[in-house]
Design a protein around this ligand. Structure first.
Ligand SMILES: *[C@@H]1O[C@H](CO)[C@@H](O)[C@H](O)[C@H]1NC(C)=O
Ligand SMILES: *[C@@H]1O[C@H](CO)[C@@H](O)[C@H](O)[C@H]1NC(C)=O
Length: 186
């Protein structure tokens, strides 16, 4: 379900701007949080850990308690803080509400090569996958790859939020990833 967190990292940046290769970008995970929705999923076991001197990874397990069908919708948004002092500015770049299975078979599918080897989340192939099935899922040693970030994305602190809405259009679950990004030329 929260596969979106992994997708998020690049999706928001890549969706609305042209891709420019820039190997000099450093991205560092700072924190991952699930907020609300502990009756739907429990990803409190998914943590950011220091892997070596220069790399922080996302690693752990979580559980999805329900099948996420098209009754649910998801949106993604991004905010930036230049100083990391919790003064967040919302970025206009976002993915507006999508039905869960559309998201899974479109955005998720498009970006799965980037993260699929690091998780047990479903692989979406030619067949339409729906729902996102309940079950236990793991993420192992997932580190973001700065090479995917366009060189004009400014250095700073970034907060990515995935919000899941129920059939009544209420936010019932959120995943938040905090990251630090540093461009090589800075
Ligand atoms: C969530 O999972 C953690 C272990 O990963 C567990 O300690 C905690 O009790 C669980 N919380 C709920 C509400 O199920
Ligand atoms: C840290 O681990 C990453 C990922 O395996 C690797 O690319 C990098 O070279 C390592 N850095 C150091 C200083 O060992």
């Amino acid at each position: 379900m929260f596969y979106l967190i992994l997708v998020l990292l690049n999706l928001l940046l890549l969706e609305s701007i042209n891709f420019i290769y820039c190997a000099a970008t450093e991205i560092q995970f700072e924190r991952f949080e699930q907020q609300l929705g502990f009756h739907l999923t429990n990803f409190s076991g998914l943590r950011v850990r220091k892997f070596n001197r220069t790399t922080w990874i996302l690693d752990g397990e979580g559980e999805v308690f329900v099948d996420f069908t098209d009754e649910y919708q998801i949106s993604l948004s991004m905010a930036r803080s230049s100083l990391g002092n919790n003064q967040w500015n919302e970025y206009p770049v976002k993915i507006s509400k999508n039905k869960m299975c559309s998201f899974l078979n479109e955005h998720y599918k498009e970006y799965q090569p980037y993260f699929i080897e690091s998780t047990s989340f479903p692989r979406v192939g030619e067949e339409w996958v729906c729902p996102f099935p309940k079950g236990r899922y793991w993420v192992r040693n997932f580190a973001p790859n700065g090479a995917w970030v366009p060189s004009f994305v400014p250095s700073g602190y970034y907060r990515y939020t995935a919000s899941i809405f129920d059939a009544n259009d209420e936010i019932v679950l959120q995943f938040i990833v905090f990251m630090k990004m540093k461009q090589g030329y800075m």
